[in-house]
Design a protein around this ligand. Structure first.
Ligand SMILES: Nc1ncnc2c1ncn2[C@@H]1O[C@H](COP(=O)(O)OP(=O)(O)OP(=O)(O)O)[C@@H](O)[C@H]1O
Ligand SMILES: Nc1ncnc2c1ncn2[C@@H]1O[C@H](COP(=O)(O)OP(=O)(O)OP(=O)(O)O)[C@@H](O)[C@H]1O
Ligand SMILES: [Mg+2]
Ligand SMILES: [Mg+2]
Lengths: 258, 258
């Protein structure tokens, strides 16, 4: 079971869109895939048309009340794609877990332990994708401790460049102290408008710095990607011939090859 | 002194870009304006060309170590525009303030008290704009408790719609319990591509729901806005004839008129 954390503290860079569509592309090509929504905004949950019901379980119950992850996991419209929803109460999880567990090391291990138990119960899942909120707080730290590798969606813009080096520092710091195998699988350029100089400059600079730790696949900007969530569908179902769906299918092949 | 919190837990919607350019537009039209960076990403700080030095003060020192705000405030390249920078250590401020102060009410009052002291020392500031991080955590709650009104930048996309009702619920909840005067000054549509149906649908739906609490000014998508931060300049200096600079100048007039 490969666990990938989809991380970037910069907001609105395409973390949720990448988790949904990469997950769907992996599932469609035959690899059973669990996607986990770690964001109190619950954008992943609604992108897959899932409801957050009062009495249903979510990642909040798993992390704060230590319910088994298997109890919160539900099916989606796509065969082979299963999901663990989140809900708004997750916004208070940071402080609640910190109050409950004074040891910073223990706090950071909750998600990893839940996933290890889940892997024993449901050995069929080949991939787990963790959709992180736009911060480097406890939920993201839990994802980095649980993950075997990190996917970093980024836009070709100035703020994104600035945040990247800080994010990679955090990834290697967490790797050194809590998760020695953690590695950058790749940076993914999203919402790219190739006509602008800014995009070309940023792509050249990041490829220059990171070499092959940048995916070849580049996701173009397309309003189809922004429309799909309102129908609760990944792009492979909403508009399978779109350039964005094709880019995520390419990405899935690259991830399988690494 | 009018204190406006620029808030939206959805990431990448233009909070920082709005704070910088609305602040610059207010300053250029003669109103002394303080902008405060409450985001550990420090995007506002770098957009104004400010350095985060090891020995300098930032909002972290004000909120966590209770230094006077006046000590952290610096001048910018624009007359009448002053700024309080942030730095990466702010990422831990939530947990540090919570550990230091068990009373949730006290924790939420730190920024408001700092601004009240600042207003006594520097009575010339007519406006304070608070740039919030993409979450509804303690830093954003501090901003909502300190503010007299809220500006909500949003993109014309599905996730933004979903987050808006949750955000407005939070604003009225904070208003009821901690800040009775708090009010939505307006929703600002940002990065708008008017050619898409999605944009037209979202604008129509939000205007239908909120009426005049939506600004008339609409900020178009333009790569010039994404280029300006890399030069450390607001748009009024980087490209004063751009459509985005003009939209923020219009917004400033609307804000002055409300
Ligand atoms: N390739 C694309 N083309 C156009 N729009 C896109 C594309 N990918 C994502 N979007 C839209 O951009 C917005 C931001 O994307 P998304 O929500 O996936 O980012 P995020 O990093 O998960 O945001 P947050 O930081 O708030 O969690 C969304 O409204 C989404 O629909
Ligand atoms: N009108 C615009 N046209 C094009 N790009 C824009 C526009 N406004 C902002 N941007 C770019 O979009 C990205 C997101 O904007 P910004 O950083 O201001 O949003 P934010 O809400 O502050 O993000 P975060 O949630 O990470 O704090 C930035 O790279 C910015 O340069
Ligand atoms: Mg997201
Ligand atoms: Mg910002």
């Amino acid at each position: 079971m490969r666990i990938l954390a989809v991380v970037n503290q910069k907001g609105g860079v395409g973390k949720t869109t990448t988790t949904v569509n990469l997950g769907a592309a992996l599932a469609i090509s035959g690899h059973r895939c669990l996607v986990v929504d770690l964001d109190p905004q619950s954008n992943l949950t609604t992108s897959l048309g899932l409801q957050i019901t009062e009495d249903g379980y979510s990642i909040y119950d798993v992390l704060v009340d230590r319910e088994p992850l298997g109890r919160a996991v539900v099916d989606t419209d796509i065969p082979n794609l299963i999901a663990c929803p989140s809900d708004p109460s997750l916004a208070a999880a940071d402080l609640q877990i910190a109050a409950d567990d004074p040891d910073p090391h223990h706090r950071a291990l909750r998600l990893r332990n839940s996933l290890l138990d889940f892997a024993r119960d449901d050995p069929g899942a080949a991939f787990v994708l963790l959709d992180c909120p736009p911060s480097l707080g406890l939920l993201t730290v839990n994802a980095l401790v649980a993950a075997s590798a990190v996917v970093v969606p980024m836009q070709c813009e100035f703020f994104a460049m600035q945040g990247l080096s800080r994010l990679l520092d955090t990834v290697s710091r967490i790797g050194r102290s809590w998760n020695p195998g953690l590695d950058l699988l790749g940076v993914l350029f999203t919402m790219v408008d190739r006509r602008t100089n800014l995009a070309r400059d940023v792509i050249a600079e990041v490829r220059g710095k990171l070499g092959d730790r940048v995916f070849d696949s580049i996701v173009p900007r397309s309003v189809r990607a922004a429309e799909a969530p309102s129908y609760g569908l990944p792009l492979q179902l909403y508009d399978p011939r779109s350039r964005v769906a094709a880019a995520y299918a390419d990405l899935a092949q690259e991830v399988l090859g690494r």
